[in-house]
Design a protein around this ligand. Structure first.
Ligand code: HEM
Ligand code: HEM
Length: 163
């Protein structure tokens, strides 16, 4: 992926980063409602109305994430992005986690769509997205906080202030 020598992220990149992060959190917190609805329908039972509402939200929020993530990747290719701060293994880890996020942001909603439209069995693959996302969000957030409070560099600040 083209990484420019940019000093920071654009306002659009920052907005997309935090909007997508919020939407992913929503999916992780309420995703089980979709599983409950799928299970109820399989057993010919009427799904709980709250689960139905949240499952419908899961569907549309998931598609929104797919579209926004695709947009974000295109913008990154066009505008570039700053190189993560650090060297050696730390730099490699930061870059790897960013790449894994882009992969998950596409693969998880796509497997969700395939579970709905192609085969319910793909739902099992889709669900693996949950622990993966949680593990990488924890690592990523810890990294950001480490940069801000221990190294005291610009890493977290530049994800708030456009440049
Ligand atoms: C679902 C949640 C999240 C996802 C999917 C996500 C994804 C990403 C991705 C893909 C990048 C790389 C941007 C690029 O160079 O193209 C990035 C950068 C960044 N993220 Fe997140 N992020 C999430 C949550 C968070 C949280 C909770 C924090 C803070 C605690 C955070 C702080 C940052 C910072 C500071 C950067 C800039 C790193 C740098 O400039 O080297 N992110 N994020
Ligand atoms: C980044 C986007 C998404 C995330 C993070 C996500 C996350 C989740 C989570 C956490 C669950 C519950 C897993 C469990 O019960 O332990 C779930 C289930 C499910 N999601 Fe998603 N989802 C996303 C997008 C989508 C999309 C776009 C669709 C379809 C349009 C979808 C369809 C489903 C289905 C059908 C299930 C139930 C799977 C089953 O019971 O086998 N998801 N998702």
């Amino acid at each position: 992926m083209a990484v420019g020598t940019k000093q920071g992220y654009s306002g659009l990149q920052i907005t997309l980063h935090w909007l997508i992060a919020l939407l992913v959190l929503f999916q992780l917190i309420f995703g089980e409602s979709m599983t409950n609805v799928v299970d109820a329908l399989e057993e010919n039972q009427t799904p709980d109305p709250t689960d139905q509402t949240l499952a419908s939200a899961h569907y549309w929020v998931g598609i929104a994430i797919l579209v926004l993530a695709a947009l974000r990747i295109v913008i990154r290719l066009v505008q570039g992005a700053p190189e993560p701060v650090g060297a050696g293994l730390q730099l490699k880890a930061a870059k790897a986690i960013h790449a894994i996020f882009y992969l998950l942001l596409i693969a998880v909603p796509v497997t969700g769509l395939l579970a709905v439209y192609v085969s319910p069995e793909i739902g099992d693959i889709h669900e693996i997205g949950k622990p993966l996302f949680i593990a990488f969000i924890v690592l990523h957030a810890l990294g950001a906080l480490y940069h801000h409070f221990m190294v005291k560099d610009d890493t977290l600040r530049r994800m708030f202030a456009p440049r």
